[in-house]
Design a protein around this ligand. Structure first.
Ligand code: SF4
Ligand code: SF4
Length: 387
């Protein structure tokens, strides 16, 4: 089934730089107006703006003005917006708990004052508060844990930075609406299962019995140390990865690491689980195709974009949104002197992110539609913003 994807381009070739229709606020309002977004919001609706706060060392993330503009649109439609994320896996980085991650968001200028919406972690303080759900028509994952904070919300606006996703090899896949829906809406358990094989086990040759792994386990009986060796109870373990991160000799290890292709299958299953829990009719997906780089925002790396900015794309279907954005990015000329040279994708039409099989897996699993109609957002419907 063909899905509508609304497009507000970054560059308007027939206008000059001083034309106010080039305003980023105007572009976002235009695209929401064209999609009749306000008709989806009833007075008093609780509206989640789901995004990726990103690593403090990465400035390629979505800018605060985008969130503020969307929050204003929701307020104006009568809804109550909140800006939301889920915790990252493990206990190493800025995403380890709600306290750490909300603090990290402030590095990117995201506060209740700047966005006009409170910041919430959807999967609780430690990132393990989820609703168990059976994955319908699954590819690889039988059950998943969707962040409990999403249960009962009236609408979700997913805002994703469109970029590559290359944890194993540069330029192998994309990260945008589908990743924000699958990985981004699940607990630490889902993030573990997407990347690694269960269970976590203790390499007894390396374990020295120091007990550091016990200190941040959210299930106090899931790991114990006796006779100088740690043991994990598979029945109780939530696979949050805290013990793994904290173990000095790295004695706690996953049973295996997934390939990029297998990770993409897990993203599809986790996306289906999220839609099952929240309701697929409740989602609007906005891709911000600005600062398009090969690496994910969760890395502390600030990269140089490999293609010029493309613009904003909006759809009720995450597959259509990502497919349309990827097609526009692939059609663009790569920027010489950037990674586009190394990836041999400077010529227009060359694939910028290599062998991305995500859409093939979506089709097999019956998730969304890769068929889309690109609709230019209409400037006529959008009056200037009065600040
Ligand atoms: S932190 Fe590591 S070395 Fe220390 S007891 Fe736990 S598993 Fe063993
Ligand atoms: S034993 Fe399981 S639940 Fe406890 S910290 Fe380790 S991974 Fe998390």
């Amino acid at each position: 089934m063909t899905k509508n994807v609304f497009f507000s381009p970054a560059w308007l070739p027939n206008r000059n730089a001083s034309d106010r229709s080039g305003s980023i606020i105007r572009k976002i309002r235009k695209i929401f107006n064209s999609a009749n977004f306000s008709e989806k919001i009833n007075k008093g609706d609780l509206v989640c703006i789901k995004t990726n706060f990103g690593d403090p060392g990465n400035a390629n993330v979505v800018r605060p003005v985008v969130y503020r503009t969307v929050a204003e649109i929701i307020h104006k439609a009568g809804g109550k917006p909140f800006l939301a994320e889920t915790n990252g896996h493990g206990y190493m980085n800025h995403k380890r708990s709600a306290a750490h991650y909300i603090d990290s968001a402030t590095w990117h200028g995201l506060t209740i004052g700047s966005v006009r919406a409170p910041l919430i972690l959807l999967d609780g303080f430690w990132g393990v508060d989820g609703v168990e759900v059976k994955v319908p028509n699954n590819l690889v994952l039988e059950k998943a844990w969707v962040a409990r904070g999403l249960v009962g919300v009236d609408h979700v606006v997913s805002i994703s930075h469109f970029k590559g996703h290359s944890p194993y090899k540069r330029g192998q896949s994309i990260a945008a609406s589908l990743k924000n829906l699958g990985i981004g809406c699940t607990t630490k358990t889902g993030k573990y299962l997407a990347h690694f094989d269960p269970p976590l086990y203790v390499d007894e040759d390396k374990c020295d019995g120091c007990k550091r792994c016990l200190s941040k386990c959210p299930v106090p009986t899931a790991i114990e140390v006796s006779n100088g060796k740690a043991r994990i109870n598979e029945e109780l373990c939530l696979l949050c990865g805290h013990c793994k991160s904290l173990c000095p000799p790295k004695a706690i290890v996953p049973s295996g690491l997934h390939s990029e292709e297998l990770l993409q299958k897990f993203i599809v299953d986790l996306s289906k689980a999220t839609l099952e829990v929240v309701g697929k009719e409740k989602f609007t997906f906005l891709n911000s195709a600005y600062d398009i780089v090969t690496g994910c925002d969760c890395r502390p790396v600030n990269s140089v974009p490999l293609v010029p900015d493309v613009g904003f794309l909006l759809s009720s279907d995450p597959v259509a949104a990502d497919r349309a954005t990827l097609d526009l990015v692939n059609e663009a000329s790569g920027i010489p002197g950037t990674e586009a040279d190394q990836l041999d994708c400077v010529a227009p039409g060359k694939e910028k992110f290599g062998t991305c099989r995500l859409f093939e897996f979506c089709e097999t699993a019956g998730l969304g539609s890769g068929d889309y109609e690109l609709i230019k957002a209409s400037p006529k419907k959008t009056p200037p913003l009065r600040l």
